[in-house]
Design a protein around this ligand. Structure first.
Ligand SMILES: C[C@](O)(CO)[C@H](O)COP(=O)(O)OP(=O)(O)OC[C@H]1O[C@@H](n2ccc(N)nc2=O)[C@H](O)[C@@H]1O
Ligand SMILES: Nc1ncnc2c1ncn2[C@@H]1O[C@H](COP(=O)(O)OP(=O)(O)OP(=O)(O)O)[C@@H](O)[C@H]1O
Length: 315
């Protein structure tokens, strides 16, 4: 697996910008909680066309600043200190190489905060790739993936992108053949939902089932690229009932998305973002327009799969 493209044009850039995608879980099977507090997962990740851009510049000390790119992004929950996962990622990379360096990190955030689309994980992945290029660290793919896993369960996938099978607590990522282009109507929420609280509600509701394995038919749908009508057969999210327990309004919202023409509705990761499945781009825009008519003002259209963290600017 090659996360990094081979050629770096110049030795000492002043700044590097890396783009990392949001993710959705087409399938999210969740088992009973493990002794370490995490839940075993069987998941199908898909990277979708909603992004955070992270720019890094060498500096005397670590800093991070964030700007919102779009009305779906409320920055109030984003730390501007060392709690920010981007700084944690930078420090983890530096520690791995045993070098004493720091950087100013600027995040242009298009992925909603605490929306279940792994925006923080995207920032962590983007920061690592950007710093690796800025300082020519030549970190191996395996090392990047290993460091990513220490930062969060979703971070390795943000490096890999595309469509992938996630196992373990989600951090073990294997690319999956996906020949389709999948269109989704994304319905954001005004209030975020904490991932840990949704997993806690999952335990409280005793929602774990014995069989979380992904059946071969789902891999076949992806391989054939049968988007559209088959999406309803493909999607599953075991965290849905737990998220609906915490936020009763989400179930009504999900019904509205179906009434507006989506062939299936799916909670994005731990929510509260909801996804409506569309057959193609035109269908997706029609569904989004109908939702807008019904007063949903935080709606966008995305497609997947798209690339994982990749350099977009090198100065
Ligand atoms: C819901 C998903 O987005 C689906 O991909 C992920 O499982 C969440 O991944 P993440 O946000 O990167 O989560 P982490 O930062 O690793 O963990 C945050 C918290 O979520 C819970 N957690 C996370 C992953 C997992 N497999 N089981 C869990 O129970 C734990 O309470 C953990 O303390
Ligand atoms: N760079 C960052 N961007 C967003 N949130 C961050 C960042 N660094 C730390 N955080 C903290 O992490 C919390 C979760 O952020 P994030 O936006 O990644 O949630 P999420 O999309 O629901 O995650 P996931 O889908 O992986 O469960 C935020 O509420 C915030 O307190």
């Amino acid at each position: 697996m090659h996360l990094m493209s081979a050629a770096v044009p110049l030795p000492d850039p002043l700044s590097v910008t890396v783009r990392a995608p949001a993710k959705i879980n087409l399938y999210l099977g969740v088992g009973r909680v493990r002794p370490d507090g995490f839940h075993p997962l069987e998941t199908l990740f898909q990277a979708v066309s909603l992004y955070d851009d992270v720019t890094v510049t060498s500096a005397d000390e670590w800093s991070v600043s964030t700007v919102a790119e779009g009305p779906q992004v409320d920055l109030s929950g984003v730390p501007d200190d060392e709690d920010n996962i981007a700084i944690r990622a930078g420090k983890a990379l530096v520690a791995h190489h045993g070098v004493d360096r720091a950087a100013a990190i600027e995040i242009a955030k298009g992925i909603p905060v605490a929306g279940g689309m792994a925006g923080g994980s995207a920032d962590a992945a983007a920061t690592m790739v950007a710093l690796d290029r800025l300082w020519n660290l030549e970190t191996s793919d395996d090392d990047l993936l290993a460091i990513a896993a220490t930062l969060g369960s979703d971070v390795p996938f943000a490096l890999v992108g595309g469509t992938a099978h996630g196992t373990g607590r989600g951090e073990v990522v294997t690319p999956v053949e996906d020949n389709g282009t999948w269109w989704w109507v994304v319905v954001f929420d005004e209030v975020g939902l904490s991932t840990a609280s949704v997993y806690a509600a999952f335990d409280l509701g005793e929602y774990a089932v014995d069989d979380i394995a992904i059946d071969p038919a789902r891999f076949q749908i992806l391989r054939r690229g049968e988007a559209g009508a088959t999406m309803a057969v493909l999607v599953r999210n075991d965290l849905e009932d737990a998220a609906f327990d915490l936020r009763q309004d989400l179930e009504r919202k999900a019904e509205a998305i179906l009434q507006c023409g989506a062939s299936a509705v799916l909670l994005s990761g731990s929510g509260p973002t909801l996804l409506g499945a569309a057959t193609d781009a035109v269908d997706a825009r029609d569904i989004a327009a109908r939702l807008a008519e019904r007063g949903f003002d935080r709606v966008t259209v995305v497609n997947g799969p798209v690339a994982g963290a990749h350099v977009v600017e090198y100065e």
